[in-house]
Design a protein around this ligand. Structure first.
Ligand SMILES: NC(=O)c1ccc[n+]([C@@H]2O[C@H](COP(=O)([O-])OP(=O)(O)OC[C@H]3O[C@@H](n4cnc5c(N)ncnc54)[C@H](O)[C@@H]3O)[C@@H](O)[C@H]2O)c1
Length: 407
C-alpha cells in the first residue's frame, strides 16, 4: 500500500515536471514538445484546401442548383460561375466523359456537393433549378452506346420538386441544314437512322419531352440550342474538330480535314465556334429569363473547316500539313446560328474573339501534353479565381508548378 502511494506521488510529480517543461509522451512512447505539436497544427491548417471568396447571397436570393454532367467540359465552367455567384451547387455525374479534376477545386466547400450518379436512375433531392447537361457530346462518345444516349432524362425530378429545368440541346437538331443561318423556327433536316441519329434525334425528342412536361405538368422549362463550343477542359481525344486540330498541330502531325461531298472542293464545310465563357453567360441568362421556347446560343462567326485548320496551325506555330480524308456520314455541310432571339430576349451575344479563345485553349492543351505523372495536374482555375486579389493566400496547391497560368 505504502509502495503504491509512493509510486502515485512519483507519477504526479513527473507529470508536473513534464508539463512545466512543455514535454508530452505520445501513445507510441515518443517524446514530443508542444512547440512541435503547434508546428504540426499550423502545417495541417496551411494544407487545408481554401476557396476563393464566393459572393454572399441571402437565404432569399441563394438557390439550390443541380447541374447534371457538371464534371464535364461545359458543366464544370457553369459550376464555377454559379459557385462564384454564391449559389448552392450540386453536381450529379457518372464520370463517363467528365473528370473530378474539373471541379475538384470546389470539393469540401460548404455550398458544393458532388454525387456520383447515373442520371438514367431516379435522383431524390430538393433543388430550385436544374441545368441538364449530362449526355455524351462528341460523336465517338455518343456512338459508343447509342441506346443509352437516347435514354437520358431527368424531368421526373423537375416535376416532383417543381424546379425550373434548362435542357442543353444542340445545333444538331437542325441536322444537315438546308436553311442558312439557322433560326429557331427552322425544323431541321435530320437522318433518323444514320450513325448520328442517336444523338440528334434524342435531343429532338428531349425537346419534345420538355414541352410535353411543360404543358401537362406545368414545369418551367428552358431550351438552349448550343452550337459548337470550345475552351479549356475540353477532352483531348474526343474527336471534335477543335481538339483534333489543336492536338495534331501541337504534335506537328498532319491536320485531318474531311472532304465535303456536296460542296465543290475539300474542307469547305463550315462551322461557327463559341468560347465556353460566352456559352455560360448565355445559359445563365436564359435560365433566369422568362422565355421557354428554344434559343440558339452560339457564335455566328463562320469559318470553313480548312480556314479553321490553318488558323490553329498558325497560332500553334506548327509545321503540319493538311490531310484531306473521306467525308463522314451525315456531317453537316454548314452551321451558323442566327442569334437575333438571344440578342433581343437575353441581351446576350458572344464577346470572346476566336483568336483569344483559341490561344487559351491551346495553352491548356499544351500543358495537358506536358503532364507525365499523376501528381503533375493540369488544373484550369476559373478566371475570376485567378483574378482574386488574395490568390496567394486563398489557393493552396500541392506544388507551385501545378498552378498554371491563366490560359
Ligand atoms: N460542347 C459542345 O460543343 C456542345 C454543343 C452542343 C450541345 N452540347 C451539350 O452540352 C452538354 C455538355 O457537353 P460537354 O461538351 O460539356 O460534354 P462532356 O462530355 O464534357 O460533358 C458531359 C458530362 O455528362 C456526364 N454524363 C454522361 N452520361 C452521364 C450519365 N448517364 N449520368 C450522369 N452523368 C453523365 C459526363 O461524365 C460528363 O461529365 C451535353 O448535353 C451536350 O449535348 C455541347
Amino acid at each position: 500500500m505504502a509502495l503504491t502511494l509512493v509510486q502515485y506521488r512519483f507519477d504526479v510529480v513527473l507529470h508536473y515536471v513534464m508539463v512545466s517543461r512543455k514535454t508530452l509522451f505520445t501513445t507510441d512512447g515518443k517524446q514530443t514538445t508542444i512547440a512541435q505539436l503547434e508546428e504540426r497544427i499550423q502545417a495541417l491548417e496551411a494544407s487545408k484546401t481554401q476557396y476563393p471568396e464566393v459572393t454572399f447571397l441571402s437565404y432569399k436570393d441563394r438557390k439550390r442548383i443541380l447541374v447534371t454532367g457538371g464534371a464535364g467540359f461545359v458543366g464544370s465552367h457553369l459550376v464555377d460561375r454559379l459557385m462564384l455567384q454564391g449559389h448552392e451547387v450540386i453536381v450529379a455525374d457518372n464520370f463517363f466523359t467528365g473528370r473530378k479534376r474539373n471541379i475538384e477545386h470546389w470539393i469540401g466547400h460548404e455550398n458544393f456537393e458532388l454525387i456520383n450518379h447515373d442520371i438514367v436512375n431516379p435522383l431524390f433531392i430538393e433543388v430550385d433549378q436544374i441545368y441538364h447537361l449530362a449526355s455524351p457530346a462528341s460523336p465517338p462518345h455518343y456512338m459508343w452506346n447509342p441506346v443509352k444516349t437516347i435514354k437520358f432524362f431527368i424531368l421526373g425530378l423537375a416535376r416532383r420538386v417543381r424546379a425550373r429545368f434548362l435542357f442543353a440541346s444542340t445545333s444538331e437538331v437542325y441536322g444537315d441544314p438546308e436553311v442558312h443561318p439557322q433560326k429557331e423556327t427552322y425544323f431541321g433536316n435530320v437522318n433518323s437512322f444514320g450513325p448520328r441519329a442517336c444523338y440528334d434525334e434524342s435531343k429532338r425528342v428531349a425537346e419534345a419531352m420538355c414541352y410535353a412536361y411543360a404543358k401537362q405538368e406545368r414545369i418551367s422549362i428552358r431550351i438552349a440550342r448550343i452550337f459548337n463550343t470550345y475552351g479549356p477542359r475540353m477532352h483531348m481525344n474526343d474527336g471534335r474538330v477543335v481538339s483534333n486540330f489543336i492536338l495534331q498541330s501541337l504534335q506537328n502531325e498532319s491536320i485531318t480535314v474531311r472532304n465535303t461531298p456536296y460542296i465543290y472542293g475539300t474542307g469547305k464545310q463550315t462551322r461557327s465556334f463559341a468560347y465556353v465563357s460566352d456559352l455560360i453567360d448565355g445559359l445563365i441568362s436564359l435560365m433566369n429569363s422568362n422565355y421557354s421556347s428554344p434559343v440558339n446560343i452560339g457564335n455566328p462567326d463562320e469559318y470553313t473547316i480548312e480556314q479553321f485548320a490553318l488558323i490553329i496551325k498558325d497560332l500553334v506555330g506548327a509545321n503540319s500539313s493538311l490531310a484531306f480524308k473521306e467525308a463522314v456520314t451525315d456531317d453537316p455541310q454548314q452551321r451558323r446560328p442566327d442569334i437575333t432571339l438571344a440578342k433581343t430576349l437575353l441581351n446576350w451575344q458572344p464577346r470572346v474573339k476566336l483568336i483569344e479563345g483559341l490561344n487559351k485553349t491551346i495553352a491548356y492543351f499544351r500543358n495537358e501534353l506536358l503532364v507525365k505523372h499523376h501528381s503533375e495536374r493540369n488544373v484550369y482555375f476559373p478566371t475570376e479565381w485567378i483574378h482574386h486579389s488574395d490568390l496567394s493566400t486563398t489557393v493552396t496547391v500541392t506544388s507551385a508548378s501545378n498552378l498554371r497560368e491563366e490560359f
